[in-house]
Design a protein around this ligand. Structure first.
Ligand SMILES: Cc1cc2nc3c(=O)[nH]c(=O)nc-3n(C[C@H](O)[C@H](O)[C@H](O)COP(=O)(O)O)c2cc1C
Length: 331
């Protein structure tokens, strides 16, 4: 099945340790259309690691993109081919992640300083790939001047064949800030990203960074962006970002709900437990499902306390849900 080319209108950002396969299955219960990204997997890990663990996913997750980290064109090309063979709908190159581990491997955000190397990497990936190759980047790093380097970067990777880019609308400071600080401290520059859309009408550009609600996402689309990529807000408030997205962005008639997502997760969780998995591996991603709603605290607490015990089963989820349903009945 070919992926829906409009799915990148709203995407959930790649997030290490967060957007694992269980998280993505949850997000898919809330939106049929939004594009979902994996955690970053390095190209050497794809080549030499446990592929079933690193690349395995559930068919329900489509459309789903694999994010790769690396800066060796040959390795990236091989990893791209392998990812496409596993069934991913898109392969994305990480040019935005500032962590030390990643810097020492000379990839992630430091690649903003080497657009020609990025061009070589993506050209090799595109040549090896039956599916679309995309890039996620920053507006610049360290003392770079974003007004200059971002258009030069986009133009270089466009000439190498890239057609779709997600731009985290802030710089990364490679010295002195932790990866976490690098997601909050450097100021956001949405106007610059919006101007890039005007300057590169032939590129599909998504804005990323600090988008906190579906309304904010819609405002970026209304302002002309092709797509919006949401990270932390989608993780902490998945229903708030995703449950109304199919109706609001793709014109579907009805929104879904957190309750429906829980019901849809139960058979998935049963299968996970039957295969030897633990409840918390799935439910840790579900803690924010009822954020801001009556009963949310009981939901969270039950999942956090009981869901981590040995042998915990779906009855814990049902008990947790009763806090929300009883609060709704009492209202
Ligand atoms: C826990 C966590 C892990 C992340 N891991 C990745 C990653 O693997 N690859 C990547 O490109 N960005 C990663 N990011 C950055 C996000 O994709 C996103 O660019 C950033 O959080 C800004 O978007 P937001 O404000 O909507 O969260 C991560 C962010 C978080 C919070």
């Amino acid at each position: 099945m070919r992926p829906d080319p409009t799915s990148a209108r709203l995407s959930v950002a790649p997030m290490m340790d967060w957007t694992d396969r269980h998280c993505r299955v949850l997000h898919r219960q809330l939106s049929r259309h939004a594009l979902l990204y994996t955690e970053m997997v390095t190209a050497p890990a794809v080549l030499h690691g446990d592929r079933a663990r690193l690349l395995g996913f559930d068919p329900v997750e489509h459309p789903v993109a694999l994010q790769l980290g690396g800066s060796n064109p040959g390795e990236l090309a091989q990893a791209t081919r392998i990812g496409a063979d596993w069934g991913y709908d898109e392969i994305n190159l990480n040019c935005g992640c500032p962590s030390d581990r990643v810097q020492s491997g000379a990839f992630g955000a430091v690649l903003m300083k080497s657009p020609d190397l990025v061009a070589e990497c993506v050209a090799a990936m595109i040549a090896a790939s039956p599916v679309e190759v995309t890039v996620k980047c920053r507006i610049g790093v360290d003392d770079q001047e974003p007004e200059e380097v971002l258009p030069a970067f986009l133009s270089t990777i466009r000439d190498a064949g890239v057609r779709r880019v997600a731009i985290h609308a802030r710089k990364a400071w490679l010295q002195g800030l932790s990866p976490k600080e690098n997601r909050d401290v450097p100021p956001l520059d949405y106007p610059l990203v919006h101007r890039m859309k005007a300057e590169f009408p032939d590129l599909h550009l998504s804005v990323n960074g600090g988008v906190g609600s579906l309304d904010e996402a819609k405002a970026h689309l209304a302002a002309g962006m092709d797509g919006v990529m949401v990270g932390r807000a989608a993780y902490h408030d998945p229903a708030g970002i995703l449950a109304a997205a199919d109706a609001a962005i793709w014109g579907e008639s009805a929104a879904t709900s957190a309750e429906e997502a829980v019901a849809a997760m139960l058979p998935y969780i049963e299968a996970h437990l039957a295969a030897g998995g633990r409840l918390h591996q799935v439910t840790r991603h579900m803690l924010g499902l009822f954020l801001g709603r009556p009963g949310a605290r009981g939901w969270r607490r039950t999942l956090s306390e009981e869901g981590t015990r040995d042998g915990a089963g779906t009855d814990v989820v049902e008990r947790a849900l009763s806090f929300v349903t009883e609060a709704a009945e009492a209202a």
